[in-house]
Design a protein around this ligand. Structure first.
Ligand code: WT7
Length: 645
């Protein structure tokens, strides 16, 4: 693990926000410092005041109850995040303001005002109740990026059902696993979705998953394409029929602040993906405050977070955070390069997007496609740019700032995780200069440190492990169905602190650079994948007896998946078939870029695979470093240096 944290990049020169942006920014450096200090010295006072900006049906008795590793925020209070995102804003006079502007890949545009979105959510809430969903039940969503995804999430939240969104690119097997793990009786899906002009048959995949998930009783099917999917009598219901028949009257359910809002599965270093559980009140306050301050929201902004709702970024910054702030959001269904690499810029121009939040992997692809694509469009509506999901290399950062932002827009790099629920490190735009490649300073209430394995703080400038030393409102509460795993993974690795799994270092200004995962988790195009998950998919193939997966630095994706496989006696392998196998088991995003066939893997005497050496081979480097702990060092000499075809 140390090979990653030793390679910290050099400090980049700070880039200051323009005087114009700084003058209109809602927080300056002193205000940030005063608020941050209060959040450290008087966290309960600080968070209590922020939470008062939202609606609570009944008050809390205490802001925080911390019994490590379990936190309760706004103890005993009752609220509802969908009420806060919709009814509260409609009551405040925003009924006619645009809540969601959606664009389909085929160019179709649909707009929902706050009042219209509220009506849809009320109807959908009644539909769920009519299907027998009660408070605390889990509902799985397997949907494309269409407004119904947000409506379904908010409808669940409105009645206290716990949503579990499964990214539409995940396989049948991955979907079935997640339905089964969450014990969802209801699945919400669509007939199909559009991707680069082609139809992806979601309903067909949902049907196959249902065959492996006995717990499932009902399927609600949104018509996105031709409404031609086969429907199973007694089980499947069309969304549009059900909504049309349902009442548009519904009162949001007052929920305990700690009532679970959602489960979202994410990969870890071992075992199957974990169901990260987020609460209602704390998550609401965290996403509300970070959206408001990090994106410096203004009344007329059109905020575009390009993440799919299948990931936490889509939960927090496409749906909950912006709507809690009464903002208008843009939602896009399709691929960034359909019909060509100008799509995003065409949309920015047509919709007058003012804040854009996207991932480094997308930025690098745009960069490679060339400046002529953004050059064809008027991007003057943009005033702020954000980056999330993986470390952004300074070159991509500068291109984003110069070519997309026209040198006018601050770029906020934001570090956070599925588990943290909301942004943890960033530089507030207008208040601070950014340093390309460096996430920045802690958000309010976030108490980070860079430490050794033993938990001792390292000196500024040195690499170490990123930890958070106290609970924050939007932190995960547990791992669904496995609280012991929660305690061990997050609060048990390094005593007394939350361990993020990332390597990082801090400079003398307190800016933190996050260098990447130090565990067996890969970050491929901003998507998190467990090496063990891919390894178990590979050994599930008839010809493979053993497998080891590592990441290889990749210019576009950040990391690429590289697999080393051992074959069973008498078997040969077709690399294309193995790739397809992984794709079927997990999803196309996990497909290995290269597969090496080996006759043995480098292991310690206790049988642990030494991935460090495999990473070197995968990257085309000479094998170097201490080989004395290997059981059989000659294995290294026998490792293939070219991948199988
Ligand atoms: C992992 C979390 C945050 C939502 C999307 C990903 C990496 C994320 C940054 C950043 C460097 C970053 C970390 C983290 N990461 N943002 N700005 N700079 N690394 O959520 O799938 O839970 O992945 O993404 O390695 O641990 P996720």
């Amino acid at each position: 693990m140390t090979d990653k944290i030793d390679h910290a990049s050099q400090d980049e020169a700070p880039v200051f926000p323009s005087a114009e942006f700084a003058a209109s920014a809602s927080l300056n450096a002193e205000q940030y410092r005063a608020m941050y200090e209060r959040s450290m010295n008087d966290p309960e006072g600080f968070w209590g005041d922020i939470a008062q900006e939202l609606h609570w049906f009944s008050p809390w008795s205490r802001v925080l109850d911390w019994q490590e590793p379990h936190a309760q925020w706004f103890v005993g209070a009752q609220t509802n995040i969908a009420y806060n995102a919709l009814d509260r804003n409609v009551n405040a006079g925003l009924g006619n303001k645009r809540a969601i502007v959606w664009e389909g890949e085929n160019g179709e545009v649909r707009t929902f005002t706050y009042a219209e979105l509220l009506e849809q959510v009320k109807r959908a809430a009644n539909v769920l109740l009519n299907l027998g969903v009660v408070k605390g039940d889990r509902v799985t969503l397997y949907l494309p990026m269409i407004p119904e995804a947000a409506i379904a999430m908010l409808a669940c939240a409105r009645i206290g059902a716990i949503h579990s969104v499964v990214f539409g690119g995940f396989s049948v097997a991955a979907l079935a696993d997640r339905i089964q793990n969450a014990q969802s009786k209801v699945l919400i899906t669509a007939d199909a979705s559009y991707r680069r002009g082609a139809l992806v048959p979601l309903k067909g995949k949902a049907d196959e998953a249902a065959a492996h998930a006995e717990v499932l009783e009902k399927m609600l099917v949104v018509c996105r394409a031709d409404c031609n999917a086969p429907m199973q009598e007694g089980r499947d219901v069309y969304w549009h029929d059900a909504l049309a028949q349902a009442s548009s009257e519904h009162t949001a359910e007052p929920l305990d602040s700690e009532h679970p809002l959602f489960v979202l599965y994410t990969s870890g270093s071992t075992g199957k993906p974990k169901g990260v559980v987020h609460s209602t009140g704390g998550y609401m306050v965290g996403t509300y405050l970070t959206t408001k301050t990090v994106f410096d929201l203004k009344e007329n902004d059109l905020f575009w977070c390009t993440a799919d709702v299948g990931w936490v970024t889509g939960h927090s910054y496409t749906v909950y955070g912006p709507l809690l702030n009464g903002a208008s959001v843009l939602m896009y269904e399709g691929a960034p390069n359909h019909p060509d690499w100008g799509r995003f810029w065409d949309m920015v121009q047509r919709h007058r997007v003012s804040v854009l939040y996207t991932a480094p992997t997308a930025i690098r692809s745009f960069m490679r496609a060339g400046d002529s694509f953004p050059g064809r469009f008027d991007l003057s509506s943009l005033r702020l740019l954000g980056s999330v999901g993986e470390p952004i290399n300074p070159e991509a950062w500068r291109w984003y700032e110069r070519v997309i932002g026209g040198g006018r827009c601050p770029v906020v790099d934001t570090w956070w995780q599925t588990e943290t629920g909301s942004i943890m490190l960033t530089t507030l735009p207008g208040a601070f200069p950014a340093k390309p490649g460096t996430a920045g300073l802690p958000m309010f209430g976030v108490d980070p440190a860079i430490v050794t394995r033993e938990g001792d703080e390292v000196q500024d400038g040195q690499g170490g492990l990123l930890v958070i030393r106290r609970p924050w409102p939007s932190m995960l509460r547990t791992v669904y169905g496995d609280d012991a795993r929660y305690a061990k993974t997050y609060w048990g690795e390094i005593p007394g602190v939350y361990f993020a799994g990332d390597g990082a270092r801090k400079d003398s200004d307190g800016y933190i650079t996050v260098m990447g995962r130090v565990d067996d988790v890969l970050n491929v195009s901003g998507h998190r994948l467990g090496t063990m998950e891919i390894e178990s998919a590979l050994v599930g193939h008839a010809s493979v007896s053993e497998a080891a997966v590592v990441g290889r630095p990749d210019e576009l994706k950040g990391e690429a998946v590289v697999a080393f496989v051992l074959l069973k006696d008498g078997h040969t392998v077709d690399a294309a078939e193995l790739r397809q196998h992984v794709s079927t088991q997990i999803g196309a995003l996990a497909r290995p870029d290269a597969i090496y066939v080996a006759d043995a893997l480098p292991k310690t005497r206790s049988g642990k695979i030494m991935r460090r050496f495999l990473r070197q081979v995968a990257a085309g480097q000479e094998i170097s470093g201490d080989t004395s702990t290997l059981e059989d060092p000659s294995v290294l000499e026998r490792l293939a240096t070219t991948p199988a075809q």
